[in-house]
Write a protein that binds this ligand. Structure first.
Ligand SMILES: NC(=O)C1=CN([C@@H]2O[C@H](COP(=O)(O)OP(=O)(O)OC[C@H]3O[C@@H](n4cnc5c(N)ncnc54)[C@H](O)[C@@H]3O)[C@@H](O)[C@H]2O)[C@@H](O)CC1
Ligand SMILES: Nc1ncnc2c1ncn2[C@@H]1O[C@H](COP(=O)(O)OP(=O)(O)O)[C@@H](O)[C@H]1O
Ligand SMILES: [K+]
Length: 491
């Protein structure tokens, strides 16, 4: 899986890779520029538009200069705006500058009149991971001004101004797209930076995952290409028992829908048998809405071991018999998935936490997480708290939202790449609970069940929103779960 390397290790990574491969730093910059340009050429919305590239003094600027040469070779109108005297710029910047064809128009920032047509494309190569202080002076002025333009804007590697691993202070370039090299920089995944990064694309520059791993910090980016090997294979003679027997517990007056969604999602994810335990008065609703789901009776819960996985919480309400909850946690000896009111009850009764079986999976959204661990002021703090919580209690903590993070008992953190804003709709979290419980019941390890659940859920959301856009609802996501297997080439 793709490692996320801290910004301060990137130059060490570059030097080590260059030495290992017997290439020059210019070769690596050229790969980055080619990779950027092939992404650029693949996007029909930039075709034949004039391009304005802003290049700072470092290697991010050097990338910009190399990109200027390559795009000019495609006969685009290319304007390059530089901020410093060329002999004060990085070595590879200077080499690329000498290679520029005469068709590229070069301006010094102080001479540039900012007459940029609305149809033009602005490319930001001002600062990359080398930024070491907030923007000021000519850099801040230029970026603040560029942010007022309505044309398409692309950031090279990271929007200038945002530090690779920390929080933005002051101004930064507001991009519609960020094309980041080899791995996403951690700060691109923070909600605070969403309005600056736009859509993120990872451009491959040829550094293999196992090489990156030497510089890893225990943070990983989950991509589509990682999915197949994490899945179990089933065969012609597999029977419904092989696909797992799961139990979902939740539902209260007015909130039975959450159980309908979670249990249907579990079935669509591949569970052989799904049981639902729900308030007696509400059972008929579950039975009617989801006839494939079997309603469980209290006496069946006396032998919990017969269930391959249990998910607790969807629509459960807060009016729950705590002794019953405690007995579930104590008596089930395998990992449990806990969501929604299951989490809210842990927050109001923290003494219950110690009873949760090791390796269990908690799936709070940001508000539920704060109820559990206290308020935080930013995402850096939130990620640290999630990691500490997972390590302290030996649990997997899934912090839901864009780039959902999975914090593991060993301190590793995984960030999901699938999903989109159209999934922010009622019940979409219940769908995830059903999916993770299903994978767990199919015999996946808690980590694989969580990664697969989170990735398939996001992919189903993307497929569902393809046509429905803002009108996407949780049931649409469930309908698209089977398509995620097709999309990933998994039988
Ligand atoms: N493996 C990789 O990741 C590769 C990285 N490359 C590019 O190289 C970039 C990193 O290049 P650099 O390390 O040269 O760093 P940058 O290009 O981000 O800039 C660093 C320069 O800017 C100065 N500086 C930093 N903050 C400033 C501020 N607020 N105001 C004024 N000056 C400031 C620094 O003193 C230094 O001279 C990456 O982001 C990427 O674009 C590619 O060229 C090749 C491969
Ligand atoms: N902007 C987004 N990008 C990607 N996924 C999102 C986004 N917003 C929400 N989601 C996903 O949708 C789900 C919402 O879950 P949750 O907040 O528990 O909703 P509910 O309580 O309504 O079921 C989570 O899995 C979350 O990761
Ligand atoms: K940049």
């Amino acid at each position: 899986m793709l490692s996320i390397i801290p910004g301060n290790k990137v130059s060490e990574l570059d030097s080590s890779y260059i030495l290992d491969q017997g290439i020059t730093s210019w070769d690596l910059m050229e790969r980055a520029a080619i990779s950027f340009c092939s992404w650029f050429k693949g996007r029909k919305n930039f075709e034949d538009k004039p391009v304005f590239i802003f290049s700072g003094p470092g290697n991010n600027g050097g990338d910009g200069v190399a990109i200027a040469r390559i795009l000019a070779a495609f006969h685009l109108e290319v304007n390059l705006i530089v901020f410093d005297a060329i002999d004060h710029c990085s070595k590879d910047f200077q080499i690329n500058y000498k290679k520029l064809p005469s068709t590229v128009k070069v301006f010094k920032i102080e001479d540039f009149d900012f007459r940029i047509d609305v149809h033009a494309v602005i490319i930001d190569g001002i600062f990359g991971v080398g930024i070491n202080r907030p923007l000021e002076g000519k850099f801040k002025e230029a970026i603040d001004r560029l942010n007022t333009f309505d044309c398409q804007k692309i950031a090279i590697d990271i929007p200038s101004g945002i530090p690779a691993d920390g929080l933005l202070q002051g101004s930064a370039f507001r991009a519609d797209y960020t094309v980041t090299f080899q791995f996403p920089k951690l700060s691109l995944l923070f909600p605070e930076h969403g309005e600056y990064t736009g859509e993120i694309f990872v451009a491959d520059i040829g550094i293999q995952d196992n090489f990156l791993e030497k510089f890893a910090s225990g943070k990983y980016f989950i991509q589509q290409r990682d999915m197949r090997p994490l899945h179990k294979t089933f065969h012609k003679f597999s029977h419904k028992g092989d696909f797992g027997k799961v139990l979902l517990i939740g539902g209260s007056k007015g909130k039975v829908g959450a159980m309908v969604l979670a249990s249907t999602a579990a079935l669509r994810t591949g569970s052989g048998l799904v049981h639902g335990f729900i308030d007696e008065s509400e059972r008929i609703i579950l039975q009617t809405a989801a006839p494939e789901v079997m309603v469980a009776f209290k006496e069946e819960l006396e032998n919990l071991a017969k269930f391959d996985a249990i998910g607790i919480g969807p629509g459960w309400g807060l009016n729950v018999d705590l002794k019953f909850y405690e007995s579930l946690l104590k008596n089930y000896k395998k990992p449990i998935v806990i969501d929604a009111d299951g989490i809210n009850l842990l927050a109001s009764h923290p003494d219950l936490i110690q009873n949760i079986p090791q390796g269990s999976i908690l799936t709070p959204h940001i508000k539920e997480f704060e109820r559990l661990t206290g308020n935080v002021s930013n995402h850096v703090e939130r990620l640290q708290k999630a990691k500490d919580f997972a390590v302290e209690y030996g649990l997997f903590l899934v912090l839901k939202g864009a780039y959902t993070s999975i914090s593991c008992p060993d301190g590793k953190q995984f960030f999901n790449s699938s999903g989109n804003q159209y999934m922010a709709t009622a019940g979409s979290g219940d769908v995830l609970t059903g999916m993770i419980t299903s994978f767990l019941g199919q015999g996946y390890t808690p980590l694989n069940a969580t990664i697969c659940g989170v990735f398939h859920h996001g992919l189903a959301g993307e497929l569902a929103s393809f046509e429905n856009k803002r009108g996407t609802i949780a049931s649409d996501i469930i309908k698209c779960i089977p398509k995620t297997y097709l999309e990933l080439g998994i039988d």
